[in-house]
Write a protein that binds this ligand. Structure first.
Ligand code: BGC
Length: 735
């Protein structure tokens, strides 16, 4: 046999092999399949159900009090799943404090309309999760804001499927770039907290595909999440975690290959759930039985389920490990993350996510102001954050008593330790700055009367497990009205989970929505107030003027008597109809011709922008335009592209975030994703662009008339699994 000289053989190998250490020529599917073949029944069962460490009878050494734990299989080199919440940082819902970067809320991140920032945020929190030994992050919350009072709206990315899909997709992609898995959740239509374990959402398939599911589909295309977490609620009669129709959409129609993981305590069966496509029961301590433990094994023995089904479940879990690097680059627990390297991300995110809603010449503030009264909102201590499993508690977090009533797992209101007052003082120059906590209205009014300018902090604490009112907490509306009557120079800074009504709006000079602004929120707020940063956030949700404008003026299920289970007060099972269907948020407002308090996409700046040269190449689905900064400060505009079908509501189909120096102009190109303007045809399972006259609009909000062109589009169809070659082309590029 011919034998090559070894030196040459070595060279040939090095040149021709594209493999690097740890990689093999096999695909993740093949590697997973091979591994499953080596597993015993007991080992397979071990992977398909998992714990909630907080309630484990015996928590093994080294398992932290985080969200989830599934033991590994040492013999086969399969690591334990160590899971942490979630989208806004490495959460410590059950621990006192954490070395963790606290991002601003999901709504704040969405308000940046900056996909790059979402990616960076995801990378940072994923790196921290990894450093601390977590290989699964229960992030990726992308439920659309259907219900303005939803308790978890703050975790998600607003009411628009394109914005939510892109922003959360980028975040999940960033997390997974650390060789860990992220979920996307809560699949699907977990739009409210009230009755989340018993609510049955009734909605037709087309509406679902064109709204919540479209956001998830886009997210999946951007990030390929290793797992999906199915929701607590029922959808059209079946619990989400045993809903074959729903799970098949992700797996069969979209081609998603990860594993379907239940929410904690969201499983109600073995055979039905497995047949529907659920792969893993998580938080089993919260279920009535451990459905996917011995019961599953017995179901296989009895023939009610097949061994091949169990194999497929385990294979999907392992496939995600291989596909995302969990096996090849395993996490090593127990290291303190270096937070300093991420320190700028929450600041940038808060600054870009803060929305200036009103400004009658009051902002930016000048350091020459003689005196400033800062009132309310615990602004001397920190900034508000949202409660529940996503709660990040960085070192120095401040505890306030929880609201009453609240679910048992809400032990306190946690303030992130970035006190606006400190940062206002730093920027206030020679101005005299006084603080009043705002509790006694009459006293606060006296303080306000003596100051040249008032900065009034107003808060709303919202949380998992309980819905909110569209209102500030306590007597703050009264406080604002009284203070503004005493001092017309009143600026209101809102720290809220979502939209609130503003009965005092006409009385105040300026309103700044800072959401929950995260670990450097106080600094970001001061930078905006004093003009160090030019505000550029845009509303990712509509701010309604009243509950009467909502699709459900009365929150579904809220009038039913309540029982008491696992810390949640759940009423009897009930159906919820979401009459808006696919027309979530601003589309509902357009459909009902209701005038919101502030529309989706809205936000002011300290400079002015002009849009021109709008062109739409309908054949290529490409939009081009120019943005000019015609003011005196540099700043960022979010130029929004909406498309109105012949008989439907205008929808966001793309945008470009234009960062421009004073006087500068930029030319942008946005390539649309036609599905966001299409109708989903259930019978033929495809996206349909109906023929007719469409209006394309370049605008500053959902209600701004902006510039528009009319275009006649021919009928076009796109397969259910069609996707654009560049998922992010909708977010524009400079030409
Ligand atoms: C929440 C999930 C979370 C899980 C684990 C559930 O109550 O709905 O979002 O990931 O708990 O903490």
């Amino acid at each position: 046999m011919h034998k090559m000289p070894s030196l040459i053989a070595g060279t040939v190998l090095a040149l021709s092999s594209p493999l690097i250490a740890g990689e093999t020529a096999e695909t993740p599917d093949q590697r997973a399949e091979a591994l499953v073949k080596r597993m015993t029944r007991e080992e397979k069962i071990r992977l398909v159900h998992g714990h909630y460490p907080n309630q484990m009878k015996e928590r093994p050494d080294g398992v932290p009090m985080s969200a989830g734990y599934v033991p590994g299989i040492e013999r086969l080199g399969i690591p334990a799943q160590r899971m942490t919440d979630a989208s806004l940082g490495v959460a410590a819902a059950h621990q006192p404090e954490n070395p963790a970067t606290a991002l601003p809320s999901g709504l704040a991140l969405a308000a940046t309309f900056n996909p790059q920032l979402a990616l960076e945020g995801g990378r940072a929190i994923g790196a921290e999760a990894r450093t601390r030994g977590f290989n699964v992050m229960l992030a990726g919350g992308a439920n659309l804001t259907r219900e303005a009072r939803g308790g978890r709206n703050f975790e998600y990315a607003g009411e628009d499927p394109l914005l939510a899909g892109v922003m959360v997709g980028q975040s999940v992609k960033g997390i997974q770039s650390n060789n860990i898995v992220a979920t996307m959740k809560h699949f699907a239509v977990n739009a409210q907290e009230g009755g989340r374990d018993v609510i049955n959402v009734v909605i037709d398939e087309a509406a679902l595909r064109e709204s919540d599911l479209l956001a998830f589909q886009k997210l999946h295309e951007i990030a390929d999440p290793g797992a999906i977490m199915c929701a607590y609620n029922k959808v059209n009669g079946d619990y989400a975690c045993e809903n074959k129709a729903l799970i098949d959409i992700a797996r069969k129609d979209w081609g998603w290959k990860g594993w379907m993981m239940s929410d904690w305590g969201a499983v109600y069966s073995t055979v039905k759930a497995v047949n529907a496509g659920l792969d893993q029961e998580m938080g089993e301590e919260l279920d009535e039985w451990v459905w996917f433990g011995k019961m599953l094994s017995k179901a296989v023995d009895s023939g009610a389920l097949q061994e091949s089904q169990l194999n497929a479940m385990v294979q999907r879990i392992l496939r995600s490990y291989f596909a995302h690097g969990v096996m090849d680059n395993p996490v090593k627990p127990g290291v303190e993350p270096d937070l300093a390297v991420h320190a700028d991300i929450p600041l940038k995110a808060a600054e870009q996510g803060i929305v200036l809603l009103k400004n009658e010449g009051a902002l930016p503030l000048s350091a020459a102001t003689s005196s400033v009264a800062v009132i309310g909102g615990a602004a001397n201590l920190g900034v508000y954050s949202g409660g529940g499993s996503s709660q990040v508690k960085p070192r120095g977090t401040i505890l306030l008593p929880p609201p009453v009533p609240a679910p048992v797992f809400i032990r306190a209101i946690y303030l992130h330790p970035s006190a606006p007052l400190d940062h206002i003082r730093k920027q206030a120059g020679k101005s005299a700055v006084v603080y009043h906590d705002g509790r006694e209205i009459a006293e606060a009014v006296e303080v306000a009367r003596k100051a040249e300018t008032v900065i009034l902090f107003a808060s709303q604490f919202t949380m998992e497990g309980q819905d909110a009112a569209m209102e500030l907490d306590g007597n703050q509306d009264e406080l604002i009205a009284a203070v503004a009557s005493a001092n017309p120079n009143t600026i209101v800074v809102l720290e809220t989970g979502g939209a609130v009504k503003m009965p005092w709006l006409d009385k105040v000079k300026a309103v700044v929505a800072s959401w929950y602004p995260g670990g450097r929120g106080g600094e970001a707020i001061a930078n905006i107030l004093y003009g160090k940063t030019n505000p550029s956030g845009r509303l990712p949700i509509t701010f309604p003027a009243s509950e009467a404008q909502l699709p459900n003026p009365i929150l579904p299920g809220s009038l039913l008597p309540r029982g008491n289970e696992i810390g949640n007060t759940q009423p009897e099972p009930f159906d919820a109809f979401y009459p808006e269907g696919a027309d979530v948020g601003y589309r509902w407002f357009a459909r009902t011709k209701a005038q919101p308090l502030f529309p989706f996409g809205y936000g002011l700046s300290y400079t002015r922008f002009e849009h021109s040269d709008l062109r739409f190449d309908a054949a290529a689905w490409t939009v081009r335009f120019t943005v000019r900064n015609i003011g005196e400060r540099s700043g960022a505009d979010v130029a929004q592209v909406y498309l109105a079908p012949p008989n439907g509501q205008s929808r966001l189909v793309g945008w470009a975030r234009a960062e421009l120096a004073a006087g500068a102009k930029g030319a942008y190109e946005v390539t649309l994703d036609p599905r966001f303007a299409a109708r989903f045809d259930v019978a033929t399972k495809q996206w349909v662009i109906e023929p007719g006259l469409y209006r394309l609009r370049l605008a500053t909000s959902a209600t701004d008339s902006g510039q528009s062109v009319e275009v006649r589009l021919p009928r076009q169809t796109f397969a259910v699994n069609w996707k654009p070659t560049d998922a992010l082309a909708v977010t524009g590029k400079a030409r």
